[in-house]
Design a protein around this ligand. Sequence first.
Ligand SMILES: Cc1cc2nc3c(=O)[nH]c(=O)nc-3n(C[C@H](O)[C@H](O)[C@H](O)COP(=O)(O)O)c2cc1C
Length: 371
Amino acid sequence: MADVERETRANAAGESDIFSPVRLGALDLANRIVMAPMTRDRAGPEDEPTPIMVDYYRQRASAGLIVTEGTQPSPAGKGYWRTPGIHSEAQVEGWRAVADAVHGGGGRIVMQLMHTGRASVRANKHPDAETIAPSAILCPDKIPGPDGVPQETEMPRALETGEIAGVIGEYVTAARNARRAGIDGVELHCASGYLPMQFLSSNSNQRNDRYGGSVENRIRFVVETLEALAAAIGPGRVGFRICPGVTLNGMADADPHETYAALLKAVDGLGLAYVHLIHIPLPGQDALELVRANWSGPVIENCGLTLEKARAVLAEGKADAVSFGYAFIANPDLVERFRTGAALAKADRKSFYTGDGDDRRGYTDYPALGV
Ligand SMILES: Cc1cc2nc3c(=O)[nH]c(=O)nc-3n(C[C@H](O)[C@H](O)[C@H](O)COP(=O)(O)O)c2cc1C
């Protein structure tokens, strides 16, 4: 694994043009342009990927890597309306069609595993599914319900110490299911105030067992989950996403620098595929510098990038790949538009999470150039 990492760094230092191939762990990308994970709320009644989701991902297969929308590893992990899962056979079959379509277009695809923990609206989930978290502390932010109107979240039940291995086991089964479906790897969603971040942040984790209190204890859930995922599907097929200092969904960490430096150091030796950074301003230290000071593996940089900014980050050797969210919504052929210098289409925000009666609207109906 160390050889792979050295090779990736060598790529970054030398031939680092945005259109050049790169290897992230076991993932060979045709270019360094990554489609960022985006929840689009268009899954079927059993939380299964639908045929239009297959079309959507197929249209975007020229990205060097697609990270899927957040996908729940278990019914309890679902907090939003119509997000897909990867815990039933129907879901595995749906994802197989997505993976085949992306591979058919020459792309690579990893699945973002998103367990929302306490960031969860009761009406969005199966009646039997619980809302769980490290501590019984309410998520103060409202979350859209089935009608799209923001609602109060549900008070979570604090996990017993003995239950935590089971939650990690659900992630492992989900990752195995993703691989069975032909998906190339998984990305553990540790940002945006969801379950892993609820463990990391000092305000949402008030536990007094080995999963709470000290920094070493607060990072333990994420470290153990990444170790378990790596053991199950191979470290080179596992990435993770962080956003140090984000306050979304009621996050307030007393010292994000300390927390994330400790986390990155703890998992640096695992030989994981990448860390995916949502790079927002962090008082006192730049988050990308924080990553680079504590992590020697591949880095995907994200948030508010333009082609110029992305090229500069790559040219400086600060990241191995760059991801774009918003730009991929209205530009299925974003890579080609970057290559040719064509203008970018603007996405319609109203259809981010609904097609208003027609799921295809604002989803699969953005044309590629010349179509
Ligand atoms: C509609 C929409 C849905 C998103 N859903 C997710 C998600 O499921 N998981 C995640 O990690 N980030 C999610 N994000 C954040 C994006 O992955 C990305 O970090 C953000 O859009 C910033 O990148 P950009 O400036 O290139 O758009 C979402 C963003 C948008 C616009």
